[in-house]
Design a protein around this ligand. Sequence first.
Ligand SMILES: [Ca+2]
Length: 280
Amino acid sequence: MKMKYNFVMLFTGFLLTATVAAQPFMEDDFSSGDLSKSMNGFQWSGIGSSADVSNPVHVRETTGRNGETTNALHFRYRAGSNWVEKRFDTVNPHRELWVRYWIKVPENYQHGSGSPHNNKFFAIWMDGYSSKGEGPTVFWNYWRSSEGATLTVSNSRGQKRVSGPNVERVPFIRVPQDRGRWMQVVLRVKAATNRSSNDGIIETYRRWENEDKFTKIQEVRDADIAVPPSGPDGWRRGYVMGYANAAYAQDTTWIIDDMAFSSSSLLQTTARPLPPHPHN
Ligand SMILES: [Ca+2]
């Protein structure tokens, strides 16, 4: 009887585990005041002290999306300068990687007038970045448009190749309506089964601060993004924001908060939506 009882307990435990939402392997609300937080090996990487507000990338207090005062990660692009990014290393590779965060459109957002005008929004890779990798890299770019900005994705299939074409061009930011609004984005990459099957997945979901559900805004399901035979066995590194080909005419600051990284879906939402933004 005891054995039977143990079996029932084991089975019940399995069911409970299966129904609990996946836990992120890394979460950061930046309440530490810097980028020192590390979970399950994950670490923020790159140069500069994030606690020094003279650094283009730094943690400081701001007004959060609920009107509260909170520490958040700031990316300050000086007028005419191009490069502001924060790198990370998950250390443990994942065949499938989900990233979720809140990001505030700069109050004075105006895409730069330069050319080319693709500015980096996010990148994820396995071993080496873009043409430095035997493994693939996936990029999100935002571009100048008549409305404000569009968003595209592209990828390098690795094998030391540069990025292929930008695809899935979608409306991203309206100027001036979306200035100063928070949006929550979820980025998903899933490696292709192997190098001869182009079944890799790249997806982007977004909800504005007044929306309670995510909308899938980009979907690629035939991406040539397999793990390299030499390893690592999945996605490991990346950067947030990045190089702006079209530099801003004014100092422009993007703010990010509540980042989460997981090997399974991060589409569940817990926070209640806010009422419509006064800019609407
Ligand atoms: Ca925070």
